[in-house]
Design a protein around this ligand. Structure first.
Ligand code: LLP
Length: 433
């Protein structure tokens, strides 16, 4: 995880051994390029860091970050489980070979038919509210049915207000103060609550709030164990592990982080006599974030009141800069070592003023026809892409040691129109023409 660039024999940016300009020529732009080895390295780094301190450790990859089928296959091969948030994600996970018992469905405002689908699929249910618990009791025979709860531990953190999921303002989970009662209520209904879960937010580079969440959740688990007699089979601390998006940001030292987290976890297990439950985390961004580049071509250089460099992608393709003001590092793929000499704005092709990939960014001189690579576009990038402005979503390729595979075809305008129906009364030719 760094900003060192791989350079091809021709002097262009290389991604997973493939020349970026070749990829753009062959598959068109905008194009997502995913580096398989990077995903595997990231997964293995986290797994190793934690499992060396606590053996019974499981990663549930938060597939909302990137649900591409090939990415899912890679992670299934690596031994990951899945954090799923919708029937669509459950379906995708089953399709790509994940064992249903290794899929944890943590939904929010879940409908009955979504729970029915989850139960039929044999996937584990992590409940978000008392409402969901009561409705589930009518959908399944609760007798011995294993469930878990997401708890809001009153600790939150994240790279943006929208990405903080713990604390008073958060819509997620059951309240810390009602946790014991809710577990008792579940038992009374006949359920077997065997797990506890939290997720405090996303894009966390400072270990402190995460450590506080671990300590707090363990205290809550201890309380539940002592007062409701629950024997936990698993304790899940959610995702949130951040990655640096800019070279100035500090990398999360995963070795130290894992050592500290597992240390806190084990101390509390002993303190509350909680036995040896499976320890789970749910990273999404950390696994796939830096594994993908978005290639987009400069088509317009405009000297207006400011200098705008216009490209053929927009926030329909990568929403994060417009939605959260997120920084994404940008390199000139056809001259990756060129010196940065001027400040300019990189603008997308969507008809909204907020459609900018960078404002006042110091970059090399850019010309029409240049190829730009937007880095760290593996998480919440394609998965948040839309067809806004009636633009088809881009293609995706997977690269590994110079091998290139098209893993998602570029959409067409027909795909944008798909599923629309014009009522016959509107099919008559307008009298005005
Ligand atoms: N577990 C749960 C229950 C979650 O809600 C999430 C993310 C994760 C795990 C994975 O979090 P991660 O390790 O990727 O930080 N669209 C935003 C991020 C939203 C995250 C939503 N939940 C962004 O582009 O930054």
């Amino acid at each position: 995880m760094n900003f060192d660039l791989e350079i091809s024999k021709k002097g262009n940016l290389s991604i997973g051994g493939a020349d970026a300009t070749h990829l753009a020529q062959e598959y068109g732009t905008p194009l997502y390029v995913i580096d398989e080895n990077r995903i595997r390295d990231n997964y293995r780094r986290v797994y190793r860091a934690f499992s060396q301190h606590y053996k019974d450790f499981q990663i549930f990859y938060a597939c909302k970050a990137n649900t591409n089928l090939s990415v899912m296959r890679i992670l299934e091969e690596e031994g990951s489980g899945i954090d799923a948030v919708s029937p669509g994600e459950i379906y995708t996970s089953l399709l790509t070979g994940f064992n249903p018992q290794r899929i944890l469905f943590t939904g929010n405002n879940v409908k009955d038919d979504e729970m029915e689908f989850t139960v039929e699929s044999g996937v584990r249910l992590n409940l978000d509210s008392i409402s969901q618990l009561k409705r589930l009791a009518k959908i399944v025979d609760p007798d011995g049915f294993k469930i878990s709860f997401r708890v809001n531990p009153m600790v939150g953190a994240g790279h943006h207000e929208h990405c903080i999921t713990g604390g008073e303002m958060s819509k997620f989970g059951i309240m810390e103060k009602e946790a014991v009662e809710v577990y008792k209520m579940a038992q009374k209904l006949g359920f077997d609550p065997v797990g506890i879960h939290t997720h405090i937010g996303s894009g966390i580079l400072d270990p402190e709030p995460f450590k506080l969440a671990v300590t707090t959740l363990m205290d809550i688990a201890g309380d539940i164990s002592e007062n409701a007699g629950v024997k936990f089979e698993f304790i899940d601390f959610g995702g949130g592990l951040g990655i640096p998006y800019s070279p100035d940001e500090q990398i999360l030292d995963i070795e130290t982080f894992a050592k500290e987290i597992t240390g806190l976890f084990k101390d509390k297990l002993a303190h509350y006599n909680l036995g040896k439950p499976t320890m789970c985390i749910e990273p999404g961004r950390y696994i796939v974030g830096d594994a993908s580049y978005l290639l987009t071509r400069v088509n317009t250089v405009k000297q207006s009141y400011r200098k705008f460099v216009g490209v053929d992608a927009g926030f329909n393709t990568l929403l994060r800069p417009s939605m959260y003001g997120s920084y994404h590092h940008i390199v000139l793929a056809n001259k990756p070592l060129a010196e940065s000499v001027e400040k300019l704005d990189i603008a997308g092709n969507v008809c909204e003023s907020g459609d900018l990939f960078a404002r006042d960014r110091t970059l090399p001189e850019l010309e029409e026809g240049d190829l730009i690579a937007i880095m760290n576009a593996g998480a919440y990038a394609f998965s948040m892409a839309s067809q806004y402005n009636s633009r088809p979503r881009p293609a995706e390729v997977l690269v590994k040691n110079g091998e290139i595979d098209l893993i998602r075809e570029r959409e067409t305008i027909a795909d944008v129109l798909n599923k629309q129906i014009i009522p016959t009364r509107l099919l008559n030719k307008s009298k005005k023409n």
